[in-house]
Design a protein around this ligand. Sequence first.
Ligand code: NOJ
Length: 759
Amino acid sequence: MPLPGGTLDICSLSLASAKSSVVAMTFLRSATLALAALLPLSSAVPTARADNGGWDAAHTKAATALAKLSLQDKVKMVTGEGWEKGPCVGTTAEISSIGYPQLCLQDGPLGIRFAKGITAFPAGVHAASTWDIDLINARGNALGTEAKAMGIHVQLGPVGGPLGKIPHGGRNWEGFSPDPYLTGVAMAETITGMQNAGVQACAKHYIGNEQELNRETMSSTIADRVNHELYLWPFADSVKANVASVMCSYNRLNGTHACESDLALNGLLKGELDFRGYVVSDWNAQHTTVGSAKAGMDMSMPGDNFGDNKYLWGTALTNAVSGGQVDQSRVDDMVKRILASWYYLGQDAGYPKVGWSSWNGGVGGPDVQGDHKIVARDIARDGIVLLKNENNALPLKKPASLAIIGNDAINNPNGPNACVDRGCDVGTLAMGWGSGAAEFPYLISPLDAIQKQATADGTTIVTSTTDGTSEGAAAAGKANTAIVFINADSGEGYITVEGQAGDRANLDPWHNGNGLVEAVANVNKNTIVVIHSVGPLILERILALPNVVAVVWAGLPGQESGNGLVDILYGSKSPNGKLPYTIAKQASDYGTSVKSGDDDFSEGLYIDYRHFDKAGIEPRYEFGFGLSYTTFEYSDLTTTYSDKTGGSTTTAPGGAEGLYDTVATVTAKITNSGTVEGAEVAQLYIGLPSSAPSTPVRQLRGFSKINLAAGESGTVTFSLRRKDLSYWDTDAQKWVTPTGDFTVSVGASSRNLALKGTM
Ligand code: NOJ
């Protein structure tokens, strides 16, 4: 791809161990056709963004409005009205002189919290396991469409932190993946989808909030290079995608609370990344009046210390301005940023009003679901990862009898919303707990969906819907095939579920899931295990059982859980999800854990697969792994590199403009060598030349999902940005593209790389 204003320069290409064998290649389709195959099956048509002008136009409008405001008005606009004082989880006061509404900020990242008539989408981590940018974008757009229709101005998501370096981390499932590249793409697509619908997205939690234990006091000490290459990376992509707001997190960064951190807010976010929107505190993550203002925080939420009337801004901020501790210009900058985001999204004209309240269960609000259950089902289905499938145990072919076992197969008898913010693990698990949860409008349980299919197929269903081992074994003994459902939950630390205050205590299935599978597999030689989980589990006991013929990783699928699962179990679509994290053989293999005190992030750049690669540890299922009902062959790697200029250093949202130029292109041919249609997620990993300081041997720097009929071939194209080929030089305080040979690997997972070359 030519550089802007430049010519294409093919510098070098050598294919080291290049090509895999190509079997049954019948024809090669053009890249255009391959792209067409990427379009989501959903009929939900994403909304296009209204053109309200860019950031400059928005800031100009904001400056005009600002000139009409008194200091009292300004302070009201930056200070939350207080917990449960307005209809939303956060509000600021209406300023009628400029037509500015009571601003509504509402959770959350998978659906609108505390509301009825909304869609409960698959969680972020499940969207990530589709590796499908169109579906991720469509999910964001549907989320934003619902939020706007409810009158919400700022939707509190998506989540780029926790990144998920600790597999036990309670809130990892709200975000996407411990790989910053995958999370960065997912953040950008989600934000673009949401903001195209007209709502302000809020990238959270910035930064270093990797665990729930002591989240409000602990410090994350993150080296500058590590921060740039891992934790800041998805926020840079968010700013590049023009996110309107960023939420500073509870924890300390290098000793200073994130919302009081001049380095994090003024330095990295507003300086280096040229963020044009505003920083809102996490709820009570502000600690001082003057320090937070000076550090670059722009909005205090919920304002009143969760209802005890202790406002750190409000009158205290007015007094700080009068007393000269905070410059008036800083308050003007806060207001200008808040107004600019409002104008940027076109919320100053015809925006719906909030007609419901979070505090009465959302009664009285509109039904905003539209046809979003389609994209919810598409993601529920395409995010499922098939981990094991012996002797084609799956897809099911009209079995005569089927035993459905485990409490995770059915809905909570008290309803899927029985526990506040989903803070219990009863019945099938389709989202974690906490502020990142939403009310299910309905929840299709696995048993309900399977029962429907069984009725059509004439299959006899036997059930045991507790987690009791003897009941499970009894049911399993009465059918040819047994499907056993197990799960593992986690969430936000303000709720403790079964002794776990947010973070998971271990990486085992809950409710003796290993024991349940053992009891079933002891009596049934066709045992299929379906797992709903917030993150990785240790599966060794399950995989040691010879009668476990298939393992289906069903993630956190949201309201369409059972429907998406049936699509895969019965093969109306081939499994096409891939793991967005590593599944280890033992928890200690990850090399990270929840810390009881501060965390010095001593693992550096080496988290998830980067660590397994460095330490030479064999994972059970590697990052990027996932089976299909068909097979794929990889061939014809091409690599084109062109970077003569070094790129523009002009600062723009996301950082120096040149970082985002396409400087190299990699292509590969993928052939569906099996007998059924299927979609493959081709992955590109790059290794930096030896001239770069110690760096992971390979890092994900591209992926592309391609749908192919049996026998069909297509080309996938990966565009590499300058930043993708660079490391952060701490001394020089800039991204540096090292010279020398880059290794280029393309394949089906981080450890199954059929195509290798150098560039
Ligand atoms: C605290 C959570 O950390 C954040 O994600 C959420 O948006 C706020 N509470 C508001 O509910």
